[in-house]
Design a protein around this ligand. Structure first.
Ligand code: NAD
Length: 272
């Protein structure tokens, strides 16, 4: 029950009917007897600037999760953002400080890493492939570099995106080897599909984000992850499972990220 004394967090996007954060957060708040609640806000683009001003003055609001289409649009309107948000030009969470200042970060990559660490993956000195260099893929690539990966390979249908992200990562993490477009999957410790390929697939025979001949070089020792949340077992993950690989699903990443989002807003511990 929301009361006058309840502290609020929000998630803003458009549309928001599909977002899972309100039920996940509200279940956690209720289960841990926290007088905090999350609201979902479906915001019209024309209201964005007024919304930012409202956030500054909203005194019982601790923070706001940001989803499509506002991750990039809000990044430039806040009072300060993390180094990775500034580099990637994107935020997925905002904290409202007591004086009304708005601080942003992007924790998609950290959520991904939290899930991977939960299954024993340590990025230090490893080799990884990230397929898809959009909002989520670039955040995962950035966090992997920040966490000490030795060699990162990125790929995307858009050569321009690969080039831009490659340049950003090489400049920010000179100690990490960054390359593009793998010719074999043999030496990777981690392969991540961060593209939407497989979203909505109704059978394990659906589309794969890499050509079949490349998929055939996948080794059982590789951790294979997907960011797609529906279905949880994408055709890519089903293929990997069939080759004996450990897998990490999109819902596992989303669940692990709750702690990163809640901790940044000051309403949950980092690990929940
Ligand atoms: P985006 O549109 O910003 O980026 C997608 C990228 O994938 C684009 O650069 C596109 O060119 C590339 N791409 C498409 N097909 C490809 C292919 N066959 N090979 C290589 N690259 C390809 O999208 P986004 O915001 O990064 O979201 C990506 C996915 O992540 C979506 O399915 C979204 O639902 C999911 N997502 C999951 C979580 C989670 O917690 N699990 C969180 C946010 C988003």
């Amino acid at each position: 029950m929301i009361q006058g004394s309840t502290e609020l967090v929000a998630i803003v996007g458009s549309p928001v009917t599909q977002v899972k954060s309100p039920e996940n957060f509200n279940q956690w708040f209720a289960g841990h007897r926290q007088n905090v609640a999350m609201l979902a806000i479906d915001l019209a683009p024309s209201a964005l600037q007024n919304f930012v001003e409202t956030l500054r003055g909203w005194q019982n609001l601790r923070g706001c999760v940001v989803t499509v289409p506002y991750k990039q649009l809000l990044a430039g309107r806040l009072d300060s953002v993390s180094a990775r948000s500034a580099a990637l030009g994107s935020v997925n969470v905002i904290r409202r400080e007591a004086d009304g200042r708005l601080v942003g970060d992007i924790v998609d990559g950290e959520g991904f890493l939290s899930a991977a660490r939960q299954q024993g993956f340590n990025p230090q000195d490893k080799q990884a492939l990230v397929i898809g260099t959009g909002g989520v893929g670039s955040a995962i690539a950035y966090s992997l570099c920040q966490a000490g990966i030795r060699h990162l390979v990125i790929s995307d249908l858009s050569a321009e995106r690969v080039e831009m992200l490659g340049e950003l990562l090489r400049n920010t993490f000179p100690e990490t080897v960054i390359s593009a477009n793998p010719t074999s999957l043999e030496h990777f410790d981690l392969v991540v599909n961060a593209s939407p390929v497989g979203m909505g697939a109704t059978s394990e025979e659906g589309p794969l984000p890499l050509p079949q001949d490349l998929m055939q070089s996948l080794q059982a020792s590789t951790l294979v992850a997907d960011v797609v949340t529906s279905p949880a077992l994408t055709p890519f993950l089903a293929f990997a499972q069939g080759r004996g690989c450990a897998i990490q699903t999109g819902p596992q990443m989303a669940l692990a990220q709750l702690g990163n989002l809640g901790h940044f807003m000051g309403v949950t511990p980092l690990q929940i």
